[in-house]
Design a protein around this ligand. Structure first.
Ligand SMILES: Cc1cc2nc3c(=O)[nH]c(=O)nc-3n(C[C@H](O)[C@H](O)[C@H](O)COP(=O)(O)O)c2cc1C
Length: 261
């Protein structure tokens, strides 16, 4: 089982996204998977010019950047992998610019004129076989609200449908600052659930290696809220004074200081 993670954090290997990938891969490699991380921030990735050259007869499916940047080499790795982990922090309620820029370049790999129906009955066009690889969406962010990663999750669901690519896992880690983004040894004192969360990431890796998908219960554990909430908060949070008090507490408890990362 070959698992390829595409780390799209602009911090590259120094970020929380990489920390989470490493947890996942700890479990996966212990269970025999061959794991590799591609760090987009370390690569040269030009943005698609929408020049249409790849749709012309003489340059069919060839990009003007072929041989001039690193995009094709990542496509090759995707084609070799059994499972792809798209790992992205949330940037302004979306995936990172780096991931989007990279994925835009996939335009060259399809045939926009060859229409077909997807398994779910959507009209789409021809894409390469490796565009339909099973994938995991690994998303992290600083905010605690479920609303924050919503667009990114929705994007991956759309990708899954149009590409006939099974989403074999969804791991969402919010409250990154609260948890010290994997860098604060004191974080577990503030968030006792953090140990269980990271253990669930390792279990997720094990499940991917063994069965090719992450169990729903593991996804739930890995993605659980780690900020302790008072009883009945799900009802009381709609009352402004209660919410304000929570914000104040969150400010005090957040481990992030300028220069930490
Ligand atoms: C440009 C930018 C935009 C961001 N936008 C959001 C956001 O909309 N919501 C949020 O919760 N966190 C946001 N963040 C915080 C990151 O998602 C968070 O710090 C994440 O853990 C970073 O992962 P990394 O350390 O791997 O880069 C943003 C960070 C940056 C740099």
């Amino acid at each position: 089982m070959k698992i390829l993670a595409i780390n799209s954090s602009h911090r590259g290997d120094k970020g929380y996204t990489r920390f989470l990938i490493d947890k996942l891969f700890k479990g996966a490699s212990a269970s025999g998977a061959d794991c590799e991380v591609v760090t987009l921030a370390d690569l040269k990735i030009n943005r698609c010019l929408s020049c249409g050259t790849c749709n012309t007869k003489d340059h069919w499916r060839k990009c003007v950047y072929d041989g001039k940047d690193d995009v094709r080499s990542v496509f090759d790795k995707m084609a070799e992998a059994d499972i792809i982990v798209f790992a992205t922090p949330v940037y302004i309620f979306n995936m990172t610019g780096l991931l989007k820029t990279f994925l835009d370049r996939m335009y060259v790999t399809g045939d926009a004129f060859a229409l077909k129906l997807t398994k779910s009955g959507l009209l789409f066009h021809d894409i390469p076989d490796w565009g339909s690889k099973p994938f995991v969406a690994l998303i992290c962010c600083d905010n605690v609200e479920k609303e924050t990663p919503k667009n990114v999750i929705s994007w991956f669901r759309t990708w899954s449908k149009f590409n006939d690519a099974p989403m074999v896992g969804l791991l969402v880690r919010n409250a990154g600052r609260f948890s010290g983004q994997g860098k604060d040894p004191e974080a577990a004192k503030r968030a006792p659930k953090l140990g269980e969360v990271y253990q669930a990431f390792e279990t997720a890796g094990h499940e991917l290696a063994v069965s090719g998908r992450i169990r729903k219960s593991t996804q739930k554990k890995a993605s659980q809220n780690i900020v302790p909430v008072p009883p009945l908060f799900h009802i009381l949070k709609h009352l402004r004074p209660v919410k304000r008090k929570m914000v104040e507490k969150a400010r005090q408890m957040s481990s992030y200081k300028e220069g930490d990362v």
